[in-house]
Design a protein around this ligand. Sequence first.
Ligand code: GUN
Length: 290
Amino acid sequence: MQLLDGKLVSQSIKDSLKTKLIEAQSKGAKIPHLAAILVGNNGASETYVASKVKNCAEIGFKSTLIRLEESIDEEKLIDAIQQLNADNDIDGILVQLPLPKHINEEKIINVIHPGKDVDGFHPISVGKLVQGLPTFVSATPYGIMLMLEHYNIETKGKHAVVIGRSNIVGRPASILLSRNTNPGNCTVTLCHSHTKNLKELCLQADIIVAALGKPGFLTADMVKENAVVVDVGITRVPDAAKKSGFAIKGDVDFANVAPKCSYITPVPGGVGLMTIAALLMNTYNASLQK
Ligand code: GUN
């Protein structure tokens, strides 16, 4: 069993972005600039956005964090996005999800200019993804593909089972894995809460992407020998032994599944770090389009 090391791979992506940036700047290129909008005080969202901002600084990108009150109305949030759309120095815009219940996420995502949609959530970005056209790809599935690529994992003709059909991870991951690319060319089964024979399907899988947000859901009896297991779960579970009061748990019962795998991602230290590296890649590419 080999660990798919998100720390190592994300660092190598960040190092190469840093080198590219220094070279581009010597030729007068602009500094990539990411704008993040955080609405309210959701603890997990605060952590993710802080990490995105910190990573931008680490590799020499500019970032702007816009914090808005939980009670903000839709129109004000739309105004904030439109200002960023019109600002020539801003290359990428992300609105951290989830948004408060009174705000329609779909409507908000539609306001982001597709040329600055570094999260790849806009319908134009998703449409291009489905058609195999160049576009911004949602950072978590993009990070998974970069991970598979880094470890040279053979995906062609393999059966990939993706558990979870969210717009952010499961669905785009299923599309990326099925595309005529390397990595890609998988036969994909997209499973969800209404899938009847999940265990049987998982047992047929060469690659499993667990992205349903249920800690420890994928157990050893659901995984065949030598499978590749990618764990997207990052649920906070109470843990009195931790200073923060919680531990981060993946969707995979790691201790029992790992011995059966050819490759597996740890949590933490796997896909989460790749998500940030992929977002930085998207932001860099957005800045090149200027
Ligand atoms: N919430 C969970 N994952 C993400 C992400 O990749 N981008 C944004 N904007 N919100 C998220």
